[in-house]
Design a protein around this ligand. Structure first.
Ligand code: 13P
Length: 256
């Protein structure tokens, strides 16, 4: 059996000044900066990357962006490219978050370009998928997720596929306090693992970490993280305070 190292990633969304972010990262580093049982990633807004990078320097905590353009540079006002993230010591980048899909019109095709660009630039994509409430109620959850996974990962090589981190975030569970049941989450995670097997082979699919996101909190995390295909969490609200974020890291480390 392959043991996949769990990942706890904090998506701060549009929160924290550089100074406030540095305080948060210093607190996280003080609590879990030396442990290596769980991959811990913080994803501040672009303006907070530099101060977060300084605050986590020398620790095991890793840095990620929340988005990027698929081009490295050029006339794309308001955007940033992968080499810019790399220059600030980011190793990860969240791509295709449902807020990018719904508020900023990101399509599967666009997200696919970003995934390929991230991999080309040695950034690990945290590639997000998930259905809306209407899609779940219509019984099309698996179909929606399948399309997102297949289109988003098109052209990814078998060699690089294990570096991709997939995040399943049911849109109806994001920021709502409504967490998916463990059965609902495991069903979709297992389904995604099956799709990855078809796309990349079984050994590759067994290496890919699939995170759950959507109102994950210290109280519900142990049960979710104990599911066989749930390899960590992408955390919004609970990543904005060191205490709850650290508790999530501890919960992930405790899963046998
Ligand atoms: P919440 O944890 O606030 O529900 O957000 C989840 C999320 O969107 C992480 O990317």
């Amino acid at each position: 059996m392959i043991l996949r190292k769990k990942v706890i990633a904090g998506n701060w969304k549009m929160n924290k000044t550089p100074a406030d972010g540095a305080v948060l990262v210093r607190d996280i580093v003080a609590a879990v900066g030396k442990q290596s049982d769980v991959d811990v990633v913080v994803c501040p807004p672009f303006t907070g990357l530099e101060s977060a990078a300084k605050a986590l320097d020398g620790s095991n905590v890793k840095l990620g962006g929340q988005n990027m353009h698929f081009e490295a540079n050029g006339a794309f006002t308001g955007e940033i490219g992968a080499p810019m993230l790399r220059a600030l010591f980011a190793t990860h980048v969240i791509l295709g978050h449902s807020e990018r899909r719904s508020y900023f019109g990101e399509t599967d095709e666009l997200i696919n370009k970003k995934v390929l660009a991230a991999l080309k630039n040695q950034l690990r994509p945290i590639f997000c998928v998930g259905e809306t409430l209407a899609e779940r109620e219509a019984g099309s959850t698996l179909k929606v997720v399948q399309t997102q996974v297949e289109r988003g990962l098109e052209g990814v090589s078998k060699d690089l596929a294990p570096t991709v981190i997939v995040a399943y975030e049911p849109v109806w569970a994001i920021g709502t306090g409504k967490v998916a049941t463990t059965a609902q989450a495991q069903e979709v995670h297992g389904f995604i693992r099956g799709l990855l097997t078809k796309l990349f082979t079984e050994p590759v699919a067994q290496k890919v970490r699939i995170l759950y996101g959507g109102s994950m909190k210290p109280a519900n995390a142990p049960e979710l993280l104990a599911q066989k295909d749930i390899d960590g969490g992408l955390i919004g609200g609970a990543s904005l305070e060191a205490r709850s974020f650290v508790e999530l890291v501890t919960a992930a480390a405790a899963v046998k």
